[in-house]
Design a binder for this molecule. Structure first.
Ligand code: SAM
Length: 275
């Protein structure tokens, strides 16, 4: 039994199996992970030597998206599902740096996220952390803490960043997201990043690494990723590779896709607005 900070302290998590949140933390260079998670991260690095940089670019894209949502879209409420650990710069820091009043509800199904959230809650009244599962969207909507924290009469940005790849299409993840978007008022946003499949071997390597270490982590065509947005208009520059994706400056000078490093062509991002 263990906690990340002290292997002999109070029981908290099953550390014998890797979890998505902790493997991701290991790839980001964090300290909130265990031996099984570091093994999982090593499997990623075996197939994709720059997997750590992919994780960092994903988190950087999250920050770019949040900055766009706060500064340009005027959003001050975030429902961040599959939030990961609030340690490396995450949604609440990115949003509250610009608008200290911005409210963030983090939702994750890994209890380690809540364990860390408790420390965060002690000093930040604008952020809550809830343990819940995207696969049960009605429970998320009915959650009292979330209901009390966010005003569902006003626009909310729903973030599902770095999560779709962990579900097979047969599970119909878009339907869970649709249930939540249906509960949000017009003017709300949906922000997604996902693994992409444009036929490159390294993308396939990312999928192999995920299946071998975590049992999930599928890649999808860009067309399929666009469908995650449920037919809502996608804000410029549309769905694109993370390194080319600058929603605050969509006309800016970005490298051509062919100029990117292969590891930079593994994830795509997009933001759509509910009309
Ligand atoms: N959103 C963060 C980011 O992009 O930097 C973290 C992404 S991390 C790859 C995916 C997170 O989703 C993990 O923290 C994992 O625990 C969480 N997760 C996995 N399955 C989930 C589910 N069914 N419901 C809610 N969270 C889930």
């Amino acid at each position: 039994m263990a906690t990340p900070d002290g292997p002999d302290e109070a029981p908290a998590f099953d550390t014998s199996q890797p979890t998505i949140a902790r493997v991701y933390d290991a790839l980001l260079g964090g300290k909130d992970n265990f031996a099984a998670d570091r093994e999982g991260a090593a499997t990623y690095l075996k197939y994709v030597p720059d997997a750590g940089r992919c994780a960092i670019e994903n988190r950087e894209a999250l920050v770019k998206g949040v900055q766009y949502l706060v500064r340009q879209a005027g959003i001050d409420q975030f429902l961040d599902i599959g939030s990961g650990l609030p340690t490396q710069k995450n949604t609440h820091q990115a949003a509250q740096e610009i608008n200290p009043e911005a409210k963030v509800a983090y939702v994750d199904n890994d209890p380690i996220v809540l364990a860390h959230g408790r420390a965060l809650l002690a000093t930040n009244n604008s952020t809550i952390v809830v343990t819940a599962d995207l696969r049960e969207p009605q429970a998320i909507l009915a959650n009292k803490e979330i209901q009390d924290h966010l005003d569902f009469e006003r626009p909310i940005a729903l973030m599902v960043v770095g999560l779709h790849m962990h579900f097979h299409d047969d599970e119909k993840p878009d339907e869970w997201v649709r249930t939540i978007m249906n509960a949000l008022v017009p003017g709300s946003y949906l922000f997604i990043t996902d693994f992409v499949d444009t036929g490159e071997p390294l993308q396939k390597g990312m999928e192999k690494a995920g299946l071998e270490s975590l049992g999930n982590g599928w890649i999808r065509t860009p067309e399929r990723i666009e469908q995650h947005f449920l037919g809502m208009p996608i804000v410029p520059p549309g769905v694109d590779f993370l390194a080319r994706w600058f929603p605050e400056d969509p006309e800016g000078d970005v490298p051509a896709a062919e100029e990117l490093e292969p590891y930079q062509r593994i994830l795509m991002a997009g933001i759509a607005k509910k009309g």
